[in-house]
Design a protein around this ligand. Structure first.
Ligand code: CMP
Length: 144
């Protein structure tokens, strides 16, 4: 099933100049970039994105970290994109992420885990709408 999912590259990915490396892995998986922007998350945006985690131990440091420096937000499209992206990035905790996954290869801690991706089609819809207008999401063909 053709799906769209939300992904953003966390501040440390830009700080460590790993943007190209991470994007290359998504592209090589056949995922299509249909929207992308660089932005500095406001506290309000970060709180909305992570509202399900409010009250947890890691919530405040997480909000502080993701608002510390710019991020790159995108929408990726592909067959079963939600699951495919989650497989490509690996487990949330880099200690559990397999080698060959983005987090397994680059993440240094569960907070600074390189990238966020929606965990379900419902979250993807909600998260995409938080950052992108319909007019910013492009419909185009890749060569076969
Ligand atoms: P992300 O995919 O952005 O979704 C929620 C984030 O919370 C997660 O990646 C981690 O960066 C962070 N997170 C989850 N669990 C912990 C934890 N135990 N300690 C610190 N950060 C966490």
């Amino acid at each position: 099933m053709r799906e769209k999912t939300f992904v953003y590259l966390k501040p440390n990915t830009i700080q460590r100049q790993l943007v190209g490396e991470v994007l290359r892995r998504f592209e090589r998986r056949g995922l299509k970039i249909v929207a992308m922007k660089m932005l500095w998350l406001s506290r309000k945006q970060a709180e909305e994105l992570y509202k399900e985690h409010r009250g947890k131990d890691f919530y405040e440091p997480l909000i502080k970290f993701v608002t510390s420096s710019p991020i790159i937000a995108m929408v990726l499209e592909g067959d079963h994109a939600v699951k495919l992206v989650r497989h490509t990035i690996g487990s949330t905790d880099p200690m559990e992420a397999s080698g060959g996954t983005i987090r397994g290869d680059f993440a240094i801690s569960v907070r600074k885990n390189i990238v966020h991706a929606s965990d379900s089609l419902e979250s993807a819809k909600r998260e995409i709408a938080l950052f992108f207008d319909e007019s910013e999401i492009f419909d185009y063909q890749l060569p076969l």
